[in-house]
Design a protein around this ligand. Structure first.
Ligand code: HEM
Length: 511
């Protein structure tokens, strides 16, 4: 046995003995409590398998089943510890989430991003991407992507204008098509699912504006969006049950379809890379002599991941607004005269900004953040409480439930119930002198592995939401905004709305 094998065996043996003796492997003054494997009346089993993997939020809920009778940190920090396996810790306590995210990185003893819930993503995109890698490879990728994505780069006035104009043109063309369809129907109101429309606009902005490509709307809609959708779906199932699904697809012809969709992603990656030599789009800000081949896995992640995340964000924002006509009107007042979306104008659209903040709080695109303890680790919260996590612990930082917990986000703290979509809670917090930096909702993560696409994403989503409100009034068909979750969360009804033109003006002029 070499040193590494010996150390893994020792870790395994420690876990196994602790499990036999029923010992809590965690320590300190934020002690998590144990979740048992079976329990009557619970929503699901507390781990993913072939029959429940499409309902991950339900799996997480199972961890908190009966947790209310616990006191202190055991109510929000729950662990599963099964025969020979490392402990799994699920937490919905913001202070713990923050401490773990701040202690994630490539320094000795820091947490890694746990790659086990994203094994399918790695097989589809490559293991050395910024999203998937850890340690020195992650650090190198991080350095490479820092400049093109940075706020100082994107929001430099003249660059911002150029970029914002091409984005706006894209959005304007799509809305114009939607308006024409609405008018051609001869009806005042049409019923439509908006998510499929938003998804194409998001990919179009990414491929044509960001990477400087020239792909037609039709090809994006009919070829590339379906390819990415199928691959993203496959990434989730491939993580949970890679072998049984491969067999299943062998008999149903699914493998040939998958092969074709992978080829489509490669073709799109080629298109995205082809702008590099001419310095098109944001490529001109990319300073590296790395070969194109070395960038491919990152490009695949940006294409699939960024479409997924921005689509989720914009779809949720529009879905929430479809149930809040008064807030739509307030945003309309802010954007109706806005002819230039520059950083100052965008910052002055208070309601729009609060809607975006509240959307990410209540319905974060990435609903949990996975981490792994690389060694025995102590973490400390900002109020000086400590937790010990044994080496190998798999952490699931459950942002979805943390942000819906009455104790942290409820009426007494923010003026509104935690589960309610209430952009004005940010005003209540501001009046109390509490900033969004203090009340973290982790919508873009936190700490060293914070989302590099944040400013780009906010710009895209702000533009799309502002432009839709400027042109249309929309009302949700379904009362409850139910969620579905895979790689990210989305409104389950595909943002089904009744859509009505606010004005008959041509969109391009109105934008
Ligand atoms: C606007 C919608 C977006 C949301 C809500 C979002 C959310 C997030 C979150 C929560 C993380 C942290 C994951 C973790 O800590 O484990 C993250 C990381 C990441 N995001 Fe985004 N993202 C968005 C847009 C984008 C865009 C537009 C891009 C690229 C073009 C992008 C690329 C990435 C990458 C590469 C990482 C991994 C960073 C690292 O591990 O160092 N994201 N994103």
């Amino acid at each position: 046995m070499n040193g590494e094998q010996k150390s893994s065996f020792q870790t395994w043996a420690t876990h196994f003995l602790q499990q036999l003796r029923g010992v809590n492997p965690f320590g300190g003054d934020c002690l998590p409590t144990r979740v048992s494997l079976f329990g009557f009346g619970r929503p699901s089993l507390p781990f993913p398998h072939l029959w429940n993997y499409k309902e991950p939020i339900k799996i997480f809920e199972t961890f908190y089943w009966d947790a209310d009778k616990e006191t202190g940190s055991g109510k929000h920090n729950r662990y599963l510890y099964l025969a020979g396996l490392p402990p799994v810790l699920l937490t919905r306590e913001p202070a713990i989430i923050r401490a773990v995210l701040a202690a994630t990185g490539d320094k000795p003893g820091q947490f890694d991003r746990d790659t086990s819930p994203t094994a399918g993503i790695a097989r589809a995109t490559g293991e050395d991407s910024l999203l998937y890698s850890n340690g020195p490879i992650w650090r190198r990728q991080k350095r490479l992507s820092a400049e093109p994505f940075s706020r100082s780069n994107l929001f430099q006035p003249e660059k911002f204008h150029g970029f914002e104009q091409t984005f706006r043109k894209t959005v304007a063309e799509r809305l114009e098509a939607l308006r024409a369809r609405q008018q051609a129907s001869g009806k005042k109101v049409i019923r439509i699912q908006l998510e499929p429309e938003i998804k194409v606009v998001m990919l179009e902005m990414l491929v044509n504006n960001f990477f400087g490509g020239h792909v037609s709307y039709e090809e994006l809609r009919n070829r590339f969006v379906p390819a990415l959708e199928l691959l993203i779906d496959h990434m989730v199932s491939d993580t949970v049950a890679p072998i049984s699904l491969t067999f299943y697809r062998m008999f149903t012809g699914g493998n040939a379809i998958l092969k074709q969709k992978r080829a489509d992603l490669e073709a799109l990656t080629d298109i995205a890379l082809s702008g590099r030599a001419q310095g098109l789009g944001l490529w001109k800000q990319f300073k590296s002599d790395a070969a194109d081949e070395a960038l491919r896995s990152n490009i695949r992640v940006f294409l699939a991941g960024a479409m997924e995340a921005t689509n989720s964000f914009a779809s949720w924002a529009i879905s929430h607004l479809a149930r809040a006509p008064d807030i739509q009107d307030r945003i309309y007042e802010e954007v109706k005269e806005m002819s230039v979306y520059d950083p100052d104008n965008l910052a002055s659209a208070l309601t729009l900004n609060r809607v975006l903040e509240e959307t990410l709080r209540l319905t974060p695109a990435l609903y949990f953040l996975p981490r792994r303890a690389t060694v025995d680790t102590w973490i400390e919260t900002t109020d000086h409480r400590k937790m010990f996590l044994p080496k190998g612990t798999q952490l699931r930082l459950d942002v979805w439930h943390a942000n819906r917990c009455e104790e942290f986000w409820g009426k007494s703290m923010t003026g509104y119930p935690a589960e309610m979509f209430a952009p004005d809670r940010w005003e209540v917090l501001a009046k109390k002198g509490i900033t969004s930096k203090e009340m973290l909702h982790f919508g873009f993560g936190h700490g060293p592995r914070f989302c590099p696409g944040r400013f780009l994403g906010l710009l895209e989503v702000g533009l799309v939401v502002g432009a839709v409100v400027k042109m249309f009034r929309f009302t949700a068909v379904n009362k409850e905004p139910k969620a579905k979750a895979g790689v990210s969360t989305k409104p389950a009804d595909g943002v089904l709305v009744d859509l009505e033109l606010r004005t008959q003006t041509v969109v391009k002029a109105a934008l």
